[in-house]
Design a protein around this ligand. Structure first.
Ligand code: NAD
Length: 367
């Protein structure tokens, strides 16, 4: 079997700082678990613009298409705010998502017990929470035509169009059912079939796909009711699948149930490649945090958890992903905190590398 390949794109701001800790974790799995990865590194975002005058060089794009998984840090920063829209750092990220056709965005909302007090909800509502939201990422109202601001009579009208084809719904639904099979075998599909035709089609297609997954318990919920249920009792869910717009809102709300931005990983998956692995990019939800960049304060856990998702979803190494997640849990249980996780008085924060040290030590203890 060929060595699995990873393209690392640290990006800007805290991206390179948190990615340095991921590199140490990757090396640990190579040294201690015999899991070698063929790792290459390249530029994206402002860093790529500084060198090439574009936020994503064509060679980097080509590499991203070839590897088994891309791991991205973060892009952007005030230095680049003045740039033309076409070369802004975020364009690099969007190009990767578009050209790799990453249509399924996976956003877990997982609450580590040690951080349950960080949630704005009561501790017993979030402690032990582990749900996954699958958001359709490349279609729907953010892309549908017609769109624009037009003039009708003597006033302007803003138009966006919600549009989904059966095949677009089918592929993201299959992705969500596959995930549910690897997890708790429960899937809730959310739309607004009561007021939107695209929602009626969504429900029909998801139900049809469900016939191929008899082991998965499928339910449907209107997205507004789903938002309420997420706040009321989120543990009722396992996997949620929803469209681009509702997924944007619901995944942000669900993620924040669990506390800090420095803890949130994500994955964006596309169609299977020849080797059966999906096209995939893994990245923390947070941005480049220019306010703390270069100070060794960033929490690397979101980026390390993104690598854990790569182990699970690209490389089918669920046990090793669980080992890494358990090591992070153990570190948090011991009270090790980066500055963003401080709540209790008298706790001294560790640096980005200090958090990396603690996670590596906990990984050693797991052997
Ligand atoms: P941000 O996520 O960078 O930061 C928001 C706040 O959270 C800041 O106070 C920051 O210090 C803190 N924070 C974020 N990640 C952290 C971590 N790992 N550890 C500790 N604290 C952390 O969002 P922003 O300030 O709105 O945006 C800053 C830049 O990042 C902008 O240029 C924006 O366009 C870009 N951005 C990029 C991405 C991406 O690359 N995917 C996502 C969002 C924003």
């Amino acid at each position: 079997m060929t060595t699995p390949s990873l393209l690392i794109l640290p990006g800007d701001g805290i991206g390179p700082e948190v990615m340095a800790e991921v590199r140490r974790v990757i090396d640990w799995f190579g040294d201690k678990r015999g899991l070698a990865f063929d790792v290459s590194e390249d530029l994206v975002g402002g860093a790529a613009y500084d060198k090439h005058g574009t936020p994503l060089h064509d060679d980097t794009m080509a590499k991203a298409q070839e590897v088994d998984a891309v791991l991205l840090g973060a892009v952007g920063g005030p230095k680049y705010d003045v740039l033309d829209f076409s070369v802004k750092p975020e364009r690099g990220l969007l190009r990767l998502r578009k050209e790799m056709d990453l249509f399924a965005n996976l956003r877990p909302a997982q609450c580590f017990d040690a951080l349950a007090d960080f949630s704005s909800l009561k501790k017993d509502v979030v402690a032990g929470l582990d749900i996954m939201i699958v958001r359709e990422l490349t279609s729907g109202i953010y892309f549908g035509e017609p769109r624009g601001i037009f003039t009708e009579g003597n006033e302007r009208v803003g138009i966006n169009t919600q549009r989904y084809t059966e095949s677009e719904i089918d592929r993201v639904a299959r992705n969500a059912f596959d995930l549910a099979m690897k997890r708790g075998k429960k899937l809730c599909s959310m739309e607004k079939a009561n007021v939107m035709e695209s929602g009626i089609l969504w429900r029909e297609v998801v139900t049809k796909v469900g016939e191929d997954y008899p082991e998965v318990e499928l339910s449907h919920m209107y997205a507004d009711a789903g938002a309420m249920q997420l706040c009321r009792w989120p543990k009722q869910f396992d996997v949620i699948v929803t469209d681009n717009l509702f997924g944007d809102l619901l995944s942000d709300a669900a993620a924040m149930l669990t506390g800090s931005l420095g803890m949130l990983p994500s994955a964006s998956l596309g169609a299977p490649m020849e080797n059966g692995r999906p096209k995939a990019m893994y990245e923390p939800v947070h941005g480049s945090a220019p306010d703390i960049a270069g100070q060794g304060k960033a929490n690397p856990i979101a980026c390390i958890l993104s690598f854990a998702m790569a182990l699970r979803y690209s490389f089918d190494l669920g046990d090793e992903a669980a080992r890494l997640e358990a090591a992070i849990n153990a570190v948090l249980e011991k009270g090790v905190r980066t500055a963003d996780l401080l709540g209790e008085e008298g706790v001294t924060p560790v640096s980005t590398a200090g958090m990396g040290d603690a996670i590596l030590a906990a990984l050693d203890e797991s052997l």
